[in-house]
Design a protein around this ligand. Structure first.
Ligand SMILES: *Cc1c(COP(=O)(O)O)cnc(C)c1O
Length: 365
């Protein structure tokens, strides 16, 4: 069996986690949490890092910390994981969707401006699968209409846009450390920002909205317990030491697949690069010309004991949102095609070159 993801834990992970256990520092109080926050924030050129329980939690906090609430509209891609839409909806706000660019799979930024209304409070960008969103036009719109920018960089550790780190663009940006991301803490996430006040707000929301001063256990607002443990942060510090290697290996995997699958007809491979970035191949995705063709390929791979995952499912086609009356009669053709015809093949850091060759052979055959 070649699973769709296997993590790589080849550095100081065991040593640092063992130290947590030996010293008894296993909760969110512990030196590794602040060390991981400081080092990660530095890595993406931000003033503040706030470690949290997972990437979805980071989005909940980011949305609330920027004051998005009842009646506000937030513009975001139709094609993404549900987390950002869920954070917007649970904050009482309305996600307003934008179709995808069929080639980069990211939000088509030329379609954003037409969606801006007097209720628009923020734009939430999601960098998808390996290439960043074209940020300059988005930044210009935020400036022109005085909108907040939330950046979901959950899949973009170490990726850059025109030489600037992904995760350095948002008023608040977030990362995930789920085991299929470039570095992992098992479960985990990070909020990064430059503004001191926003950072304080995020820290407070992560910690049940305890007041930083005054009588403990008296609360003036609601937050969550979204804290990261020292055990997770210990993993994170060890993984961060391997960041450059992980990124290099992801690109190697991407390049091996790109070369090996070059002759594959009827499927579109990920772009190797755009004018503003080189693909970092969070996952190696393909889109088939037809849905049937995708089904056949996925079945052949499954018969050969090779794991695949379908692409995300569009937000306007989510039963949970349709039940709420959201996105009635809306359609986003490019996003719908990606959702139906796209899938990804084994892309984890634990993958060997022999396994990559096997996957290529089965697909070409
Ligand atoms: C992984 C991911 C998330 C969610 O992160 P979790 O840590 O799994 O909650 C959010 N957004 C995107 C784009 C992701 O890929």
């Amino acid at each position: 069996m070649i699973p769709v993801n296997t993590p790589l834990l080849s550095g100081n992970e065991l040593k640092y986690v063992a130290e947590c256990i030996e010293t008894g520092w296993i909760s969110s109080e512990g030196g590794y949490v602040t060390q991981f926050e400081t080092q990660f924030a530095q890595y993406v050129n931000r003033n503040h890092g706030i470690a949290v329980a997972n990437g979805s939690a980071a989005l909940d906090i980011a949305v609330k910390a920027l004051g998005v609430g009842k009646g506000d509209e937030v513009i975001m891609p139709a094609f993404t994981i549900i987390s950002p839409a869920q954070s917007i909806v649970t904050a009482g706000a309305i996600p307003v969707l934008v179709d995808s660019d069929p080639i980069t799979w990211n939000m088509d930024v030329t379609q954003i401006e037409a969606k801006i209304t007097s209720k628009t409070k923020a734009i939430l960008v999601v960098h998808i699968y390996g290439l960043p969103v074209d940020m300059d036009p988005v930044l210009a719109l935020c400036e022109k209409y005085n909108l907040k920018l939330i950046e979901d960089a959950a899949e973009m550790h170490g990726q850059t846009y025109k030489g600037k780190m992904c995760g350095s663009f948002g008023d608040i940006s977030i990362f995930s450390f789920y085991p299929n991301k470039h570095i992992t803490t098992g479960e985990g996430g990070m909020i990064v920002c430059n503004n001191d006040e926003a950072a304080e707000k995020c820290k407070k929301l992560r910690n049940l909205a305890f007041e930083p001063q005054g009588r403990r256990f008296i609360h003036y607002e609601l937050g969550w317990n979204y804290r990261m443990t020292n055990l997770q942060a210990a993993l994170g510090v060890a993984q961060l030491e391997k960041m450059e290697f992980h990124i290099q290996r992801k690109r190697e995997i991407g390049n091996l697949y790109s070369k090996g699958l070059k002759e594959l007809r009827g499927f579109q491979l990920p772009l190797v690069n755009t004018e503003y970035a080189e693909n970092i191949y969070w996952v190696f995705g393909l889109t088939a010309d037809t849905e049937e063709q995708k089904e056949v390929m996925v079945k052949k791979l499954s018969d050969a004991k090779i794991g695949t995952r379908p692409f995300f499912w569009c937000m306007h086609e989510q039963p949970v949102f349709q039940k709420m009356g959201l996105f009635k009669n809306e359609s986003y053709p490019a996003a719908e095609k990606l959702a139906r015809n796209g899938f990804y093949i084994p892309s984890g850091l634990g993958l060997t070159n022999e396994e990559i060759a096997d996957v290529i052979n089965v697909m070409i055959k």
